[in-house]
Design a protein around this ligand. Structure first.
Ligand SMILES: [Zn+2]
Ligand SMILES: [Zn+2]
Ligand SMILES: [Zn+2]
Length: 323
């Protein structure tokens, strides 16, 4: 028999009565039964995904053969199950599959928009080009809010094909400012944090997401930690979970390219740097945005084991974290 709304309400009322009887605290019982907002990891790979187009090297062989080993480009969803609101951070080339993943975890409500907003980190191809799906050739959405920093907003408004999305009102650009808190519905707040990166077309931001009980810091793309005027450790301590740039494990991964032209904090450098933190702080760190060459994409690799041994993790696609 399908579970109807009235049945659900009946069971919730019953559960609430039981909890009040056990705890003697109606407010605490109500809080326990209220579903919390959460972030959902929609992808963990660098802009090219895993496997990457055209890669014939060993790094991508297993993922080419076995679909369960593939990983989508880094993106987070933020969901408030109480209001049925859903937001995205970044709109990747894997947007169609990521929207399906989101729909499975948090089905869209009939009388609400497809998405309540998209927040963009920067104008590198893995982070915004999924917006093509909102245009009239595909979904033809109406006024989806796309929150962007000033240069990013200017880029989208003036450069085709993105400018057509703006002109046809498929998307509506909403300005973001570094450090300015944005409210997402009633229970979540989001703050853009400016970070140093290769800013050819836009500035680059990470985000701090604050929920009713927990907070998440999300910095998928940044130059070396030392190039920043903030201390990453301070953000790790402030937040309850940190999804941080884990693009490369070490400097051996791009033999045919000058790795100084694509500077990221190597995971081995982060492991060394964060060794000074307490275990409880380090365990918040989940590396994300892994390049196809990163050996830590294979959970049983020595690289992945070294991360776990250091008390940290690689973020997992499809997992959620309550806020
Ligand atoms: Zn990227
Ligand atoms: Zn590869
Ligand atoms: Zn980038």
């Amino acid at each position: 028999m399908p579970c109807t709304n009235s049945m659900r309400t009946h069971w919730q009322t019953l559960a609430l009565s039981c909890l009040i009887a056990i705890t003697g605290d109606p407010a605490a019982a109500q809080k326990t039964l209220t579903p919390r907002p959460f972030v959902l990891v929609l992808g963990i790979a660098q802009d090219g995904g895993f496997p990457q187009a055209g890669c014939r090297r060993r790094c991508c062989q297993a993922a080419i053969r076995t679909t369960s080993k593939r990983r989508m480009v880094t993106s987070l969803a933020i969901v408030d199950p109480l209001s049925h609101q859903r937001w995205l951070i970044d709109c990747t080339p894997h947007f169609p599959d990521q929207l399906r993943l989101l729909d499975t975890a948090a089905p869209p409500s009939a009388n609400q928009p497809l998405l309540d907003g998209i927040f963009l980190t920067h104008a590198h191809v893995g982070h915004y080009t999924g917006l093509v799906n909102l245009g009239r050739e595909v979904m033809g959405t109406q006024n989806i809010a796309v929150h962007a920093m000033p240069r990013m907003a200017g880029f989208l408004s003036t450069q085709g094909p993105w400018s057509l999305l703006v002109k046809l009102n498929n998307i509506q650009i909403k300005p973001l400012q570094a450090g300015q808190v944005i409210r997402l519905g009633k229970r979540i707040q989001l703050t853009p944090i400016l970070v140093p990166h290769r800013d050819e077309f836009s500035e680059t931001v990470g985000f701090l997401i604050n929920g009713p009980e927990r907070s998440v810091v999300f910095i998928p793309d940044i130059d070396k930690w030392e190039h920043w005027n903030r201390r990453i450790e301070q953000l790790i301590v402030t937040a309850d979970r940190a999804y941080l740039d884990g693009t490369f494990f070490d400097g051996q991964e791009l033999p045919n390219r000058d790795i100084t032209k694509v500077p990221h904090p190597f995971i081995i450098e982060s492991i060394q740097r964060f060794a000074a933190l307490a275990d409880t702080q380090r365990s918040k760190v989940h590396f994300i945005h892994l390049n196809h060459t990163n050996p830590a994409l294979a959970p049983e690799s020595p690289a992945a084991k070294a991360i776990r041994h250091a008390g940290m993790y690689v973020a997992e696609q499809g997992t959620r974290y309550s806020l």
